[in-house]
Design a binder for this molecule. Structure first.
Ligand SMILES: [Zn+2]
Length: 302
């Protein structure tokens, strides 16, 4: 079960990672922007309301967006979870969203925050280019060899979006920071927030997200184990010189991790089930026994 909200600045790679999780775990990425566009295009009741608001130059109300989310999450493909993107944007919305999710029996599991340094965000956004014909997004740092466009056989004609110009980027990031700060505080208080380092290879970032999702609060202990296992796997595959071995090792460690997580949680449950008082009493008994033994030893030495 994966019921998450994704938070991240423009350029944090949030959208890309959401798509990867969607493909890997078969849970839909639910973007409030897409929901709105879709509802307007299909002229649903909520879509018409949203359209009226937008045409009047007003913001689409939270009620409409929440209504769309409710509709979307009731569909069969969302029963195994969802990745919510673009909503909530403030703590009021977060509170109403939580209420809604509890109401429909799909409470939020985790909020993942993609943490990327401002310097990197600026580099990524300023290097972003979009194809005039197909809308595909490129980075000037990693332009692919295949530059043919489906709609323009001569190739992609790239341009820079006005809001990706450097002087605008700083403002966008400021807006994001001030908007998101209260949201981060809100979810931190609820114990739902997990911070993911959003730099490095796409695979590494996805793995970090999976670990954060699968293992909950004990992720710190286990992630140390993973690195050990991984480095072992790496040396193995280096020796073998085969990419396939690496893949197998990754899969193995992933299943081991899952098993470990299950064991841990059941152990934690058992521990919780026992009354806490008894165990502390036992502990104190043990301690007193030990210390009294020590005392005896000391006194006999004297
Ligand atoms: Zn194109």
């Amino acid at each position: 079960m994966m019921r998450i909200v994704l938070l991240g600045a423009p350029g944090s790679g949030k959208g890309t990672q959401a798509q990867r999780l969607q493909a890997k775990f078969n849970v839909p990425q639910v973007s409030s922007g897409d929901l709105l566009r879709d509802a307007v295009a299909r002229k649903t009741a909520l879509g018409l309301k949203a359209k009226a608001a937008m045409e009047a130059g007003q913001l689409v109300s939270d009620d409409i967006v929440l209504g769309l989310i409710r509709e979307r999450l009731s569909q069969p493909d969302a029963q195994q979870g969802f990745i919510l993107d673009g909503f909530p944007r403030n703590s009021d919305q977060a509170a109403t969203l939580s209420k809604l999710l509890v109401e429909i029996g799909q409470p939020l599991q985790t909020v993942l925050l993609m943490d990327v340094r401002t310097k990197t965000l600026i580099e990524r956004l300023a290097g972003r280019r979009v194809c005039k014909h197909c809308g595909k997004v490129f980075s000037i740092a990693t332009l692919p060899d295949d530059m043919t466009c489906a709609k323009n056989l001569g190739g992609h004609e790239l341009f820079q979006r006005a809001d990706d110009k450097e002087e605008v980027i700083a403002k966008r990031l400021d807006v994001y920071q001030s908007q998101t700060k209260p949201l981060i505080d809100h979810y931190t208080k609820l114990g739902l927030l997990k911070v993911i380092k959003g730099e490095g290879s796409l695979d590494a970032i996805t793995t970090r997200m999976e670990i954060a999702l699968a293992l909950g609060k004990s992720s710190i202990n286990v992630s140390k184990k993973t690195t050990k296992k991984k480095s072992k796997a790496r040396t193995k595959s280096k020796n073998a010189g085969a990419k396939a071995a690496k893949k197998v090792a990754k899969k193995k460690s992933a299943t081991k991790l899952k098993k470990a997580a299950v064991k841990k949680t059941s152990a934690q449950k058992k521990a919780r089930a026992k009354p806490a008082v008894k165990s502390t009493k036992k502990q104190t008994k043990k301690v007193t026994k030990k210390s009294s033994k020590k005392l005896v030893k000391k006194s006999t030495r004297r």
